[in-house]
Design a protein around this ligand. Structure first.
Ligand code: ATP
Length: 238
């Protein structure tokens, strides 16, 4: 891989209270690339993201952001250092316009109004549908559009690492592909992306690296172009 990973996770262990649900998990995310975490329901994907973001405590292992050990850093400190996390089922503010939602996302950067608006314009280039609907209430948009708004809102904080937990959740298959394609294009901005997904094919298509979790452990870790028939090997046919 060229250069240093933006995120390096080594031997991570975490859980809830005394209940350990993630064991010895290791993976990397590189700038301008996308790593997808796959696995069945309950495999430990969300719990892993929670530990990387600082919402869960790591009971073992190490998390590094841009070469810096952040294993014990508070969640808000990680945000300040360049991490953005869109949790599963994240809702946007329905009663605010698309643009107001975006501007809120940039709030922590203490940018002046013109700079914030420039950032919003950048988001409209990444997600043209948001530009078209900037003056509309977010609640009037479709589920896929609201998911894109949630992602753009997180990007307004100017992260170097974007973590997305199941952005395809609850969306129709054709919309899932559209959202994945947009997420894949975000790599061009140079940020690293860590994606948790159930939509195996659509996410692997835009991924550079794949890690499969099962029962809280990594059972497969490989470049995306080297994994075939994941669906059969790890998820079975129902
Ligand atoms: P899903 O796609 O269903 O979210 P996942 O791979 O993200 O699955 P996790 O949500 O990380 O899996 O769950 C991993 C394990 O941790 C599961 O056995 C789950 O029951 C357990 N778990 C999740 N959240 C909690 C919690 N708040 N308290 C206790 N156990 C939890």
């Amino acid at each position: 891989q060229p250069g240093e990973p933006i995120l390096r996770v080594r031997g991570l262990g975490t859980g809830y209270g005394d209940l350990r649900v993630v064991w010895d998990v290791s993976f990397d995310v590189w700038p301008g690339q996308l790593t997808v975490l796959l696995g069945r329901n309950g495999a430990g994907k969300t719990t892993t993201l929670r530990a990387v973001s600082g919402l869960n405590k790591a009971s073992a292992g190490r998390v590094e952001l841009a070469g810096r050990d952040i294993t014990k850093a508070a969640a808000h400190t990680r945000v300040k250092r360049g991490m953005a996390y869109v949790q599963e089922g994240k809702r946007v503010f329905h009663g605010l316009t698309v643009e107001q939602n975006l501007l809120l996302g940039g709030y922590t950067r203490r940018l002046k109004r013109p700079a914030l608006r420039e950032e919003a314009e950048r988001m409209y280039e990444l997600f043209p549908v948001l530009g078209d609907k900037r003056a509309l209430l977010a609640g009037t948009m479709s589920g896929g559009q609201q998911q894109m708004l949630a992602i753009a809102q997180a990007l307004m904080a100017g992260p170097e690492l974007l973590m997305l937990d199941e952005p395809s959740g609850g969306l129709a298959p054709v919309i899932v592909n559209e959202v994945m394609e947009r997420v894949g294009r975000l790599k061009e901005t140079g940020i690293g992306i860590l994606l948790v997904e159930q939509a195996v094919e659509a996410s692997v298509a835009v991924a550079d690296h794949v890690a499969v979790l099962d029962m809280g452990r990594v059972v497969l870790s490989a470049p995306a172009d080297e994994v075939d028939d994941l669906q059969d090997a790890y998820f079975g046919r129902t």
